[in-house]
Design a protein around this ligand. Structure first.
Ligand SMILES: Cc1ncc(COP(=O)(O)O)c(C=O)c1O
Length: 397
């Protein structure tokens, strides 16, 4: 089991403060970072299939059988030859996080939070979400026999609302938008004793999402990549990715830490701005078609900034048109269907390459964080259709 030894906190300025005895004490100072007794004994690996529960020693869970019923983690690390050729990056890899039970990387966080909820005998779980977190929680709660109350912006995409409802979630549409939905979900959790799965503020969501770094390292044969590229909405995905690699190094993994490169939409880029200007992450009023990264006031923006700085990484902005291009590229050259936020890292790879932040010789891993099957409106028609009566002679040779 993972034995948490201490906690640190990261402020909106990206500064990490060490030495809190408990997570509660750290929480008053920003994003909570849990610490373990790192050493070679905790280095991930060993026998058995690649899956999230393989990393129990580095998760805040007591020993005992895992009750969460869905299969999570162990997503493929793809080596797409056509994409590599097209981008001139022969050692580019895609970590295909669209393969979770609800089609996004949110399924990792849902699994760990619900495992804790099941062990605690909880009845109701809640979250706020731009879409995917709520789909993930709805599906996970359905599988676990729990009640899910999810708070979403009123403008939530139909392709995300439908699976939430199919899985039986109680959906609260909030006209005032995501920040208000977030506050309400937290208030309801405190008032009614519900389990709070809200991203970032529940430290288990970070612990769960960091396992993607362990898998990448294992899938590369125990090698650190040179750079990892991830989208930034609330910032937890990128923060957790960076933390995972720092934990590998703390356990004794060889090699330099990968540069962590964050990607935001040009229309909503609070972390990019903070990184460029050397100021704390503030709130911006922004817009992008990529709902997952349309977050003007990121809950864990400072923590994302910390990973970017600590790793010597960077943060790039991409236009919505570049997100659509990346969706097309992933579909046509890698056979991976992504939604706009899910393709942001791919768009970021091209942008970072153009800005001279990546070189052709480097091992680069881009996370694909969400499936395009929930957002078919953004999938381009790159093939062709022939309409025939049904005779062989009508087929094009
Ligand atoms: C597909 C997808 N990618 C990326 C993100 C951003 O992740 P984070 O909020 O952890 O930064 C989200 C968030 O909803 C998402 O749905």
């Amino acid at each position: 089991m993972g034995h948490v030894t201490s906690a640190a906190a990261i402020g909106a300025d990206g500064v990490l403060t060490e030495g809190f005895a408990t997570a509660e004490a750290a929480a008053a100072h920003g994003q909570v970072e849990l610490r373990y007794a790192y050493g070679p004994g905790l280095l991930p690996g060993g026998e058995g299939p690649l899956a999230l529960w393989r990393y129990l020693d580095l998760l805040p869970l007591a020993p005992g059988p895992v009750r969460y019923p869905l299969a999570v983690g162990g997503t493929p690390l793809l080596a797409p030859p056509a994409l590599r050729r097209e981008l001139g990056l022969p050692d580019l890899w895609l970590k295909d996080e669209t393969r979770g039970p609800s089609g996004s990387n949110k399924d990792r966080a849902t699994a760990v939070v619900l495992e804790m909820a099941l062990r605690a005998g909880a009845g109701t779980v809640t979250c706020a979400s731009t879409g995917n977190v709520a789909v993930s929680l709805a599906v996970g709660a359905a599988a676990s026999g729990l009640r899910a109350v999810v708070f979403v912006p009123a403008a939530v995409a139909a392709g995300k609302l439908v699976p939430m409802l199919a899985a039986g979630a109680e959906v609260v549409k909030v006209a005032a938008g995501y920040p208000t939905a977030f506050r309400l979900s937290r208030q309801a959790a405190a008032a009614f004793g519900w389990v709070d799965r809200n991203t970032g503020v529940n430290a288990a969501t970070v612990e769960a999402k960091k396992t993607v770094a362990f898998e990448i390292w294992e899938q590369l044969g125990g090698r650190m990549p040179d750079a990892v590229v991830a989208p930034v909405g609330d910032g937890v995905t990128l923060y957790a990715l960076g933390k995972g690699f720092r934990e590998l190094a703390a356990c004794g993994a060889a090699g330099r830490l990968p540069r962590v490169i964050g990607v935001q939409a040009a229309g909503c880029q609070p972390v990019v701005q903070a990184w460029r200007e050397g100021v704390p992450v503030g709130a911006v009023a922004g817009q992008t078609l990529a709902d997952g990264i349309a977050v003007g006031a990121p809950v864990s923006g400072g923590a994302a900034l910390h990973e970017i700085r600590a790793s010597g990484g960077a943060c790039v902005a991409v236009a919505d048109a570049q997100l659509l291009d990346a969706i097309a590229l992933l579909a046509r050259r890698a056979g991976v269907l992504a939604e706009p936020a899910g393709a942001a890292a791919m768009a970021g790879v091209a942008q970072a390459r153009a800005e001279g932040l990546l070189t052709a010789a480097e091992t680069v891993v881009a996370l694909v964080t969400g499936t395009g099957l929930k957002t078919p409106q953004y999938l381009p028609a790159q093939g062709s259709v022939v309409e025939i009566e049904g005779r062989l002679e009508e087929l094009p040779a």
